[in-house]
Design a protein around this ligand. Sequence first.
Ligand code: GLU
Length: 422
Amino acid sequence: MSTEDSRSPYKMAIKQLEKAAKYLPREREWLNAIEYLKHCQRSLIVSVPIKMDDGTVRVFKGYRVHHCDARGPTKGGVRFSKHVTLEEVKALAFWMTMKTAVVNLPYGGAKGGITVDPKHLSGNEVERLTRRYTYAIINMIGPMVDIPAPDVGTDSNIMAWMFDTYSIGTGITTHGVVTGKPVEIGGSLGREAATGTGLMYVIEALMEKLGINLSNQRIAIQGFGNVGSNCALQLHETHKPKIIAVSDINGGIINENGINIPDLVEHVNRAGTVVGFEGGINCTNEELLTCDCDILIPAAVEKQVTAEIAKEMKASILAEGANGPTTPEADEILKERGITVVPDILGNAGGVTVSYFEWVQGRDAYFWDLERINKELKKVMITAFDEVYKIATGKNVTMRVAAYIVGLKRLVKALMLRGLFP
Ligand code: GLU
């Protein structure tokens, strides 16, 4: 096992923080704030026992971590995956703090999860698991405390059960306790596609700066869940680039002439995987990541672009849809090779941005149309992109370091203004 495989995602996140902190003032107050941000404010581990359909009881492990609430109530998704660990949830919570600061939302960072493969559970079992988990963390969440949302392995149905359980438990119908809800019960139009849409807006802005026509680009996408599939669809509908390779947990498919995305979505809806799609030939995960394309979009999970992959990658742009897909070692190699990285804390911030719109709409009980949602989303993403790009070019640093500089400045300022209790 190489060092980067064995390193916990949280250590990797802190390494990113330390790297960017070198570009910040070295005064005592700044150093104190950076030290503060290296720690999560609170982490809860819960047992989640549920009755399975066959009458047996199984006990799952659940987590909720608040990283930092200096800029507002904490915010972040809930992940259902067999790979969930405390270290992973802490890293994801940290990235939420950074992400909400980069796009300037009045939130802090949090994350939650259950170590479970939801595909092995029935729908009723998933519902019981979700409700029992929500009950177990009920004192840690709330519309002005911490607001969960979907992440890998969770969706709007799960948010509906979380909203319902919290509302029953507190006796108050509380739309603002979770985002990513179905639109029928206080969800926002555009939330489902928001992460993919936001990533497309950032890619568009980058292409404009580089003077490249997005329609001529060949794109490969790792992951065809919420982020990957929506990004592919948005790109297809808006720019018609050649999306030449797509993968999911079961494998990948490749077609040099471009994959027909609407047909692929239909296939995935039927088969549950991209594998077996007739409009392409099978490929491995590694073949996808190193295929001959212009833009690579990792939209799955952490630590996919390793040093080995970074050496072999053909794309000249890596646009991160996933959280933490690139290891620090790979980052160095990509920099040396002149590959532009759109970092996760900027690239995938569209999801939490429309979550914020959902929260605002819920508070006003007044809902916006899709046109307004996407217009406001674009404004947030482009403003953040411009700030990050300006620092990256001005200081000659990567866009990841620049994004950390933008986010850290806001966080350090908030910490200074609030002061340290007592
Ligand atoms: N899970 C998403 C993310 O990683 C969305 C979080 C949210 O909407 O609060 O950004």
